[in-house]
Design a protein around this ligand. Structure first.
Ligand code: GRF
Length: 191
């Protein structure tokens, strides 16, 4: 029987890492045909770094201030990814705009998850801004990454209805939706 080929992916994160965790566990369980070959993080103290250790996922952790320019650290990231044969980069709470070096090296192979139904509420604090607006249908979007802020072509979305005004409750619901959306999307993209 032919073994299903496993694509090498990298997950980039800056903070808590719940999306990273769900992706890494799904890969390890064989629920997506992928191996998380690398976790990239720009915050050495972020929880996602210890999570990578716990899950035995290799990591590249950097501080932007140690590099002369963004191009310099992005070149290093590209080489770390290439060394491991990474084919797809999944941004999951990576709080930096991706620039030319990465975009050119991984053209059409970088995706991001954003906690709104894009093109509504790109950028920071989308949940707070949407709630302030009186939104009743929230959601999450996975899109290709280009040079714009949360503006690349949409791949998949998941909507949730919420009429309350508890931002923490909403954040939890959005996270649940994001986790399902990321796994479903990777199943389809990597097929
Ligand atoms: C997610 O809501 C994601 O959409 C946004 O940042 C958050 C990261 O959460 N870009 P986590 O670190 O994966 O828990």
């Amino acid at each position: 029987m032919a073994t299903q080929s496993r694509h090498k992916i990298a997950v980039f994160a800056s903070g808590y890492g719940s999306n990273f965790e769900v992706i890494a566990r799904a890969a390890q369980a064989g629920d997506i045909p992928a191996e998380v070959a690398l976790m990239v993080c720009d915050k050495p103290t972020a929880r996602v770094c210890s999570l990578a250790d716990e899950l035995s996922v290799e990591k590249f952790v950097f501080s932007a201030k140690d590099y002369a320019s963004k191009a310099d650290y992005e070149r290093e990231i590209v080489s770390q990814c290439r060394e491991r044969g990474v084919e797809l980069i999944c941004l999951a709470g990576y709080m930096r705009l991706v620039d030319e070096e990465l975009l050119n090296a991984y053209k059409g192979q970088i995706i991001n998850i954003h906690p709104s139904l894009l093109p509504a509420f790109p950028g920071v604090n989308p949940l707070e801004r949407a709630m302030e607006y009186g939104v009743k249908v929230y959601g999450a979007t996975i899109h290709y990454v280009d040079e714009t802020l949360d503006g690349g072509k949409i791949i998949a979305q998941r909507a949730i209805e919420y009429e309350g005004n508890d931002i923490e409750e909403l954040t939890e619901l959005i996270h649940e939706a994001e986790h399902k959306l990321y796994i479903n999307t990777l199943q389809k993209l990597l097929k």
